[in-house]
Design a protein around this ligand. Structure first.
Ligand code: CA
Ligand code: CA
Length: 266
């Protein structure tokens, strides 16, 4: 009885700490034409999410002229500062919601590639938001690079592990990201570029990675409490039996000790 209960307890504790890793959401922009749809639903997303919103052009982002193929983006990133780009909604954004029974610790935004035209925005800033909270910048502004061919400009991974807000994000919380761009001409273009064709099944060109941890349902806590109660009751019962209180005896034998009293006056 006790060993089976212990096994159940171990399994429960294992489930609490059990983690699955890697992809949260990912997009493959291969084969896109005409700037790509907005929103552009993830090519792949974790089953531990309860919902996603694809990459969406802000109201200040335009799609005038002819687009490059195998890329998702727009133009009209024509302000001169981060603050002005935000006011003008010159950003692209996406979001996802942590599913039930899980919490999410984000690891990184994997290396990605930005293609831009010679007059496309030269600077951009990643930001995140939890729920309807305020937006927070991730690191500092990024200089997208000078390559204007389809090779694009490879960007480093963005580490998210040091951002406490993005660790242990609870079930039901919506996590949003956006990239604001500025220092471009009205017709200058900017895209998430197809750079990864790799040999994997999912050659995503933009991918957010993280670790999901299983959070036990209230019933599991109840189950755990029950196990503790059973184990605790068993312990008390054995102790009472050792003391003879559960063996049908009505009396409790007290061991006699001989006590030597010191004599007085010596
Ligand atoms: Ca790709
Ligand atoms: Ca604009």
């Amino acid at each position: 009885m006790r060993s089976s209960c212990l096994c159940a307890l171990v399994i429960l504790l294992f489930q609490i700490s059990q983690c699955s890793a890697d992809l949260v959401v990912g997009w493959d922009v291969f084969d896109l034409t005409s700037w790509g749809p907005s929103p552009f639903a993830p090519t792949q997303s974790s089953l531990d999410l309860s919902g996603t919103t694809g990459i969406t052009r802000g109201s200040g982002v335009t799609t005038s002229g002819t687009a490059s193929s195998n890329a998702w983006g727009g133009n009209g990133f024509d302000t001169t500062s981060l603050a002005n780009s935000l006011t003008a909604s010159d950003f692209v954004s996406f979001s996802f919601t942590v599913g039930s029974g899980t919490s999410l610790s984000l690891t990184n935004i994997a290396p990605y590639n930005i293609r831009r035209s010679s007059t496309g925005p030269s600077l951009g800033q990643w930001q995140y938001q939890l729920g309807m909270g305020s937006w927070t910048s991730i690191g500092s502004a990024i200089n997208w690079g000078s390559t204007t061919s389809s090779n694009g400009n490879l960007q480093s991974a963005i580490d998210l592990t040091s951002i406490l807000d993005l660790q242990n994000v609870s079930s039901g919380t919506k996590v949003s990201f956006r990239v604001a761009n500025w220092s471009g001409a009205t017709s200058g273009t900017w895209y998430f570029n197809n750079f990864f064709t790799g040999s994997t099944a999912y050659p995503n060109d933009l991918q957010v990675n993280g670790t999901f941890a299983t959070v036990p349902e209230p019933s599991a806590f109840l189950f755990g409490g029950l196990i503790t109660t059973v184990l605790g009751a068993g312990y008390v019962r054995r102790r009472l039996q050792q003391w003879g209180l559960l063996s049908g005896r009505k009396t409790l034998k007290i061991r006699q000790e001989e006590i030597t009293l010191g004599s007085t006056g010596s």
